[in-house]
Design a protein around this ligand. Sequence first.
Ligand SMILES: [Zn+2]
Length: 163
Amino acid sequence: MTIDPNAKMPESLEGTQVYSVDPLIVRSHYEIDYLHSYAQDSEFFRALGQKKIMGSKCKKCGYKYATPRAHCMQCGSETEWFQLPNEGKVHTYTTCYFGSEEFLKETPFHLIMVEFEGVDSLFMARMVGVSAEDLKIGMKVKARFRRNQKFSPTDVYFVPDKE
Ligand SMILES: [Zn+2]
């Protein structure tokens, strides 16, 4: 049994970062492990580990999307998976000098919209192996896949294809 009128809460040696006094704004660290479901997009992320990029094809009108999409934007029908080619060309591009916290350390980096032969929509991905001056619309590109798969959109990226 303990009865101690002099008991104290533990003290911290860390200070508190105060950003404003009125209203009082302080910094506090926040961290969370997030269990993320890819739901109907799961096949797309699993396939990246087998060096395949999966698109969605409308079962009714045949519109081909270069991205996971459960239903067609043209007619509303269900889609089915189909494998995209691993080669395409640059439809357009940008170079990012700023990004979200996860990608900030990788700036500057290139993002491209990939155009695949016979596919009706575009696929956004990272492009490496080319300088900003040499990155061009219409440039032939081919997919590469990270050896250590993260089940992330960046598991696939593109490099220049030999002309
Ligand atoms: Zn459709």
